[in-house]
Design a protein around this ligand. Structure first.
Ligand SMILES: NC(=O)c1ccc[n+]([C@@H]2O[C@H](COP(=O)([O-])OP(=O)(O)OC[C@H]3O[C@@H](n4cnc5c(N)ncnc54)[C@H](OP(=O)(O)O)[C@@H]3O)[C@@H](O)[C@H]2O)c1
Length: 328
C-alpha cells in the first residue's frame, strides 16, 4: 500500500503531539516539515524520520508528493498558511480556531473551492470514540431531546510569559479562541447555532480575555452555559441534559476523556469508561486520510458548514464582550 504523505507546518507543542499520533496510524508517513527556521525543521524531521525538512512554509507547500498538510501555527497565521497550501493543491487540516474571524474563514473556503482541494478544521473532538458514542446514544433517544448543555474548559496559565501565544494579542491570545471554542463546539454539535448570546469577560492589560462566561439561548427554549478561563484550572467537564436523562462527560470532555455517565431520571446510571493510549489526534488524521483517498473535498463529520457556524458564534461572543484583534 502506498503510504499517505503528511506535511506539517509549524514545529511547536501541538505539532509534536500530532506527529506522535501519526506514528500510530498504519499507512501514515511523516513526509515533510516546514518551519520558519531550517534548524527547527531539521530537528523535527530527524526526530520523526521525515525525509524532507524546509526552512519556509512556501517551500513545503511546493514540495510534490504531499497528500495533506497539517497546519499547527498560532491562530493569526491559519488563514495565510492554509491558503498557501491550498493554492498548491495540498489538502489541508488546519488547527482550531480555523482562523481569526468569519472573513478569514470565507477566504480559506473560497481557496479550497477554487483549487478543488480538501479542507477541514482540526476539531479533533468530533472524531473521538467517546463523543461518537455520546452522539449515537442521543440519536437512539437514550436521554430524550437535549434541552441544555453545561461545559467548561479552564487551566491556570499564569506561568506562560506575556509574549506567549496564549496571552499575546498579536498572536490571537485569550481563553475564548484557544479553549472556549470547545464548550461552544459541544453546544453547536448538539443543539445548533444559538438565537441569542450573552457573554462576560475579564481582560488582561493586553486586552485579551483571561476568562469568558457565555449564555446561549435558542428559539425553542434550549440553552447552554459555557465557560473558558486561563485564570484557574477548572473541571473541564460537560453535562448534557435531556428530557429523559442526562450525560456527564468527565475531564477532559473534549479530549482524552476518562469516560461518561448516562443517568436516566429516576432510574439507573451507567458509566462508560474510556482510556486513550495516544494523545487523541490520530482519529482526526485518519478521517482526513479516508476523505482524501476517497477524493472528498470536505468531511461529513466536521464539514465546512460547522466551521462557519463555529467562527460566526465566536465572532458574536467577541462582539458582545468587546474582544478585538488586528485582523478584524
Ligand atoms: N487541537 C488541540 O488540542 C490543540 C492544542 C494546542 C494548540 N492547538 C492549536 O494549535 C495552534 C498552535 O498551538 P501550539 O500550542 O502548538 O503553539 P506553539 O507551541 O507556540 O507552536 C506554534 C508554532 O508555530 C510556528 N510559528 C510561526 N510563526 C510564529 C510566531 N510568530 N510566533 C510563534 N510561533 C510561530 C512556530 O514553529 P516554526 O517557527 O518552527 O515554524 C511554533 O513552534 C494554535 O492555533 C492552537 O489553537 C490545538
Amino acid at each position: 500500500m502506498q503510504p499517505f504523505h503528511w506535511g506539517i507546518i509549524g514545529t511547536g507543542k501541538i505539532a509534536k503531539k500530532f506527529a506522535d499520533d501519526l506514528q500510530t496510524i498504519e499507512g501514515a508517513k511523516i513526509y515533510a516539515i516546514g518551519s520558519t527556521t531550517q534548524g527547527r525543521a531539521d530537528a523535527f524531521a530527524q526526530l520523526y524520520g521525515a525525509p524532507h525538512a524546509f526552512g519556509s512554509y512556501e517551500a513545503l507547500a511546493q514540495c510534490p508528493d504531499i497528500d495533506a498538510v497539517y497546519i499547527a501555527t498560532p491562530h493569526v497565521l491559519h488563514c495565510e498558511n492554509t491558503i498557501l497550501c491550498l493554492n498548491h493543491q495540498k489538502a489541508v487540516l488546519c488547527e482550531k480556531p480555523f482562523a481569526m474571524n468569519t472573513r478569514q474563514v470565507s477566504l480559506m473556503q473560497a481557496a479550497a473551492l477554487r483549487n478543488n482541494t480538501f479542507l477541514m478544521e482540526a476539531m479533533w473532538t468530533r472524531f473521538l470514540p467517546h463523543i461518537q458514542q455520546v452522539i449515537q446514544l442521543i440519536k437512539e433517544d437514550m436521554i430524550g431531546e437535549v434541552r441544555s448543555v453545561k461545559a467548561d474548559f479552564g487551566f491556570l496559565a499564569n506561568h506562560f510569559p506575556p509574549e506567549s501565544r496564549l496571552w499575546n494579542a498579536a498572536l490571537g491570545g485569550g481563553s475564548l479562541l484557544d479553549i472556549g471554542i470547545y464548550p461552544i463546539y459541544l453546544a453547536l454539535l448538539l443543539m445548533g447555532k444559538p438565537h441569542k448570546i450573552k457573554a462576560f469577560a475579564n481582560f488582561t492589560n493586553q486586552r485579551v480575555d483571561s476568562m469568558c462566561n457565555m449564555l446561549f439561548h435558542y428559539k425553542d427554549g434550549k440553552s447552554a452555559i459555557l465557560h473558558s478561563t486561563l485564570e484557574a484550572t477548572t473541571a473541564t467537564e460537560a453535562y448534557i441534559y435531556g428530557e429523559k436523562g442526562s450525560i456527564h462527560l468527565q475531564n477532559r470532555f473534549h479530549g482524552k476523556c476518562d469516560g461518561f455517565t448516562v443517568m436516566l431520571y429516576g432510574g439507573e446510571s451507567t458509566f462508560h469508561p474510556y482510556h486513550y493510549p495516544t494523545h487523541g489526534y490520530n482519529f482526526e488524521a485518519e478521517e482526513v486520510m479516508r476523505c482524501v483517498k476517497a477524493g472528498k473535498k470536505q468531511s461529513d463529520l466536521m464539514p465546512l458548514s460547522m466551521s462557519n457556524d463555529l467562527i460566526a458564534t465566536l465572532d458574536k461572543v467577541r462582539k458582545s464582550v468587546g474582544i478585538k484583534y488586528a485582523e478584524d
